[in-house]
Design a protein. Structure first.
Length: 377
């Protein structure tokens, strides 16, 4: 447990809870939780499934129509062919997909290359008995994985490389050229690749999404992970999935029998409807408007800057002038103004002097947060 710390997000979250119980109006820009209702047709599908009595355990792999829908989606949108009967597993959120992949495929004592900064791949690697080893993302290139850093971090004990694009917490999107170089690196070092693509549908400007597994050189070694939480505002439904060649899925499903067995059945039926729809599009348009506003407001504050996020709904700016310590800045601001962000170091050493803004909240609330921040400064 020494290697499984409490997350810094939880510190901020609990402080928000205390403030709200004391009657304060907290502006939440700390959590990666879209503020929209889940689109109505998705809820309707769950209600229909309940009325039809779909309330039981499902196959460990998930219900057949959802697995088929996922395989069709991965073929049509990502150019990857998986067999829905043996190569697709529906999970209880993408979080479980990452956990069971690590538990099944990372041998105790082996190393896992994780981006710095990053979402919670470090503690999950530790839970599986592995050793997380950070590699650098380069702010000057919009947070592309840095090849020199990858080469310096890899060793003969490295088993798996984690890629996350679009990226939490920076909004970076891996370019096609950089993915070419990473593919060579993964093959040369005989690494498995875990590709977390949960923000795939939330991208801006002309940034394309490239799935590593669509490359012949990577298909056999890649576990593609995705989910419904972010694109469809379904964080509470706990629905995600992984897809990989059957040789990799077999051990994962063996582990999976002993974690959550299957994803919630009503959520699985709702997921079938989500995949059939373009229901995420208005939400992505709203995120794009919010991103513009966040960037404008960041620009107006001395000391704060960040590359324009290419995807996801996070900005990762430097702290305002005169507040170099991000932990102190975030906690004082929260105590004094009830505006909640997350200190960058929560996501790794590279977060020193930065903090994360989650613009999964309305334009009004974003403006409210920045107005309070400017007054406070
Ligand atoms: N992967 C990344 C990069 C995330 O940021 C998150 C949630 O914040 C998840 C996975 C977890 O998603 P889920 O709700 O599907 O478990």
């Amino acid at each position: 447990m020494e290697r499984v710390p409490f997350s810094g997000i939880r510190d901020v979250f609990e402080e928000c809870d205390r403030l709200e119980r004391a009657g304060r109006d907290v502006v939440h820009l700390e959590i990666g939780r879209p503020d929209f209702d889940t689109p109505a047709p998705i809820g309707d599908a769950a209600r229909e499934a309940l009325a039809d009595g779909h309330v039981h355990y499902t196959s460990n792999y998930g219900i057949e129509p959802l697995r088929t829908g996922i395989a069709d989606k991965l073929s049509a949108e990502n150019g990857i062919e998986y067999d829905p009967d043996s190569e697709v597993v529906v999970t209880t959120g993408a979080t479980e997909a990452v956990l069971v992949t690590m538990l099944a495929l990372v041998e105790p004592g082996r190393e896992v290359l994780v981006p710095d900064p990053r979402w919670t791949y470090g503690p999950i690697t530790s839970l599986a008995g592995g050793e997380p080893v950070p590699y650098r993302l380069d702010p000057a290139t919009g947070y592309q994985p840095d090849l020199d850093s990858l080469r310096a971090a890899v060793s003969e004990r490295t088993e798996l490389l984690v890629l996350n694009s679009p990226h939490n917490p920076t909004g970076g999107v891996v370019s096609e050229g950089r993915l070419d170089a990473i593919a060579d690196f993964a093959v040369d070092n005989d690494l498995l690749v875990l590709s977390d693509e949960i923000y795939e549908k939330i991208r801006y400007d002309d940034h394309d999404h490239h799935s590593p597994a669509a490359r012949d050189a990577l298909f056999d070694r890649t576990i593609t992970i995705n989910g419904f939480s972010k694109a469809y505002s379904m964080t509470g439904w706990r629905l995600g999935y992984l897809a990989a060649p059957a040789e990799l899925v077999d051990p994962i499903v063996r582990v999976r029998q002993y974690t959550t067995t299957c994803a919630p059945s009503l959520s699985q039926h709702a997921g079938v409807r989500a995949l059939e729809s373009g229901l995420h599009e208005p939400m992505v348009e709203a995120f794009a408007r919010r991103r513009e506003r966040v960037l404008e407001r960041i620009d107006a504050i001395p000391g704060m800057s960040c590359p324009a996020p290419a995807g996801a709904f996070y900005a990762f700016p430097t702290t305002p002038a005169g507040h170099p310590d991000a932990e102190a800045f975030v906690h004082s601001l929260l105590a004094d103004t009830s505006v909640a962000f997350v200190p960058g170091t929560t996501f790794g050493d590279a977060g020193e002097g930065r903090f994360r803004i989650a613009y999964a909240n309305s334009l009004d609330r974003i403006d409210e947060a920045f107005d309070r921040l400017e007054d406070w400064l």
